[in-house]
Structures are given as structure tokens and as C-alpha cells.
Design a protein around this ligand. Structure first.
Ligand SMILES: [Zn+2]
Length: 163
């Protein structure tokens, strides 16, 4: 699942989320690390698990819906991080485009996790639009700079076209 069109830290985070090794409240509590509450910091309705905060929670679902619409893949009905990082294998994209789509999925996990941390540590208000814009901007920057000789323009990127 390694993708050299995103920075190593992004790949590592995706791997850690897949292995359920990011410090969500429910895991910290299991390790006897004191947390004030195991509740999701965003909705407060559920225990915070990796799957909840990155996949099934309302904001995450809306982000994944926006990403699937942008990338023109069928709407994602997925319930685990593993499904998300393996999605590119089932896209009908040619090889290069599938790699771009994989990179976008990894960057989306990165941005959702960052948004979660902003909520927890800085009390930030996070919106679907702000996360999606960040995913598009960061993935554009990284894919353009890392896929050698790319002449990718922002307008093509916004259409998720011409790779
Ligand atoms: Zn929640």
C-alpha cells in the first residue's frame, strides 16, 4: 500500500490507522491512560474509535462522499479504514490514475486525523468544506511535485482529470 506520491508521514499515519494504532480516546482508556471521557470529541454521541472518527462519523462520511464525487467513483459505503486504503484496487482507473486516487485517500485520512486533533487540542471548528479543500490542495501539491514530470494544472486537478 506504499505510495511515494505522498510524504512518508502520510503513509505512516494511514498504516497506523489501519492497524488501529492512533491515540483515539477509547484506545487510550484501554491502555489505562487517563482520559476525561471516551466520547467522540466531535459529536459526543459515540465512543471515539478510529473507525468512528475517520470513517463512520457524520463529518467523515460527508468528506468521503465529497471525495468520491470529486474523483467520480461510486459513493463509498465503507466501514473500515482498510476498505478505504484498498479502494483504489477496485476502482476501474488505469494504473496511474489509480495511484493518484490512492494518494487522495491517504491524504484524506491525514486531513481527517489532523482535523480531529485540531478539535481536541485547539477547540477548532471543523467543517466538511474546510477538510475537503485541504485534501484537494495538499494532494495536488504532493502529487504534482512527487510524480516526476507532472504538468498537472489545478483546473485539471479540480476535475480529477487528465493523468
Ligand atoms: Zn462522533
Amino acid at each position: 500500500m506504499w505510495n511515494n506520491w505522498v510524504p512518508g508521514k502520510v503513509g505512516i499515519l494511514a498504516w497506523r490507522t489501519e492497524m488501529d494504532r492512533v491515540p483515539v480516546f477509547s484506545l487510550l482508556a484501554k491502555r489505562n491512560i487517563r482520559v476525561n471521557s471516551m466520547d467522540c470529541p466531535a459529536c459526543g454521541l459515540m465512543e471515539e474509535t478510529t473507525e468512528h472518527i475517520l470513517v463512520s462519523f457524520g463529518l467523515a462520511q460527508s468528506v468521503w462522499l465529497a471525495i468520491s464525487t470529486w474523483c467520480k467513483v461510486p459513493q463509498l459505503f465503507t466501514f473500515s479504514v482498510r476498505d478505504i486504503v484498498e479502494l483504489y484496487k477496485y476502482s476501474k482507473f488505469p494504473k496511474r490514475k489509480a495511484k493518484v486516487f490512492h494518494a487522495v485517500c491517504l491524504v484524506t485520512l491525514w486531513c481527517l486525523w489532523k482535523a480531529r486533533n485540531d478539535m481536541v487540542h485547539n477547540g477548532s471548528i471543523v467543517t466538511v468544506g474546510s477538510v475537503v479543500e485541504e485534501v484537494k490542495a495538499l494532494s495536488y501539491l504532493w502529487v504534482k511535485n512527487r510524480s516526476s514530470g507532472s504538468t498537472l494544472s489545478w483546473s485539471d486537478w479540480e476535475k480529477f482529470d487528465s493523468f
